[in-house]
Design a protein around this ligand. Sequence first.
Ligand code: SAM
Length: 183
Amino acid sequence: MVSLPRAVQLLEKTWTISPLMQKIYSSPYRFIVKREAGLAGIRAGDRILSLGCGAIPFTAIFLQKITGCPVSALDIDLPALQKAGELLKKAGLKQIRLIEGNGAFIDLSDYSVIVTALQAEPKGEIIDNFFSNAQVGARLVMRVPRKTFSTNYDPVPQKYKPEKEVRQAMITFGKSVLFRKAV
Ligand SMILES: C[S@@+](CC[C@H](N)C(=O)[O-])C[C@H]1O[C@@H](n2cnc3c(N)ncnc32)[C@H](O)[C@@H]1O
């Protein structure tokens, strides 16, 4: 059977052909991303990475629209990135830079804020990469799957203690948490 993250990944690729589906699917995330921008205290001068952007990179799009900051969008899946590129071009959103790579290993030193997709994994290794390689003062936002979905999505390992969190009213995740790289 296809896993839930994989099903979402496939659906995103299918829905890139329908602006209506994109809108219905993406709309709730405007509020999610707004709360995450507040949680991370995003301000002018921040450089943002959306980690796990998929074929419909709504987190990156809302981050750019809400904050006005430069946003890069990363995915490990090249076909998804190609579709994201077409979608951004059609929407005239050329300012979002697309990058292929694995968030658990790529160089994060260019970014002051990283916002991860619920489906991003392995979360423990992404957090380790953040604490090892991000710049001092950088913030990492992670969506935490609800208990009901803990077998569907990689959980945030308990050994990592977030600095803050905000509640989110999504079926699959109930909060976003913040990690900060200290001096
Ligand atoms: C289905 S998408 C959903 C994201 C959504 N479109 C958004 O804007 O937040 C989640 C994506 O995360 C990607 N992904 C998962 N783990 C990753 C990792 N370690 N590094 C980069 N991309 C990753 C998957 O390939 C998938 O395309």
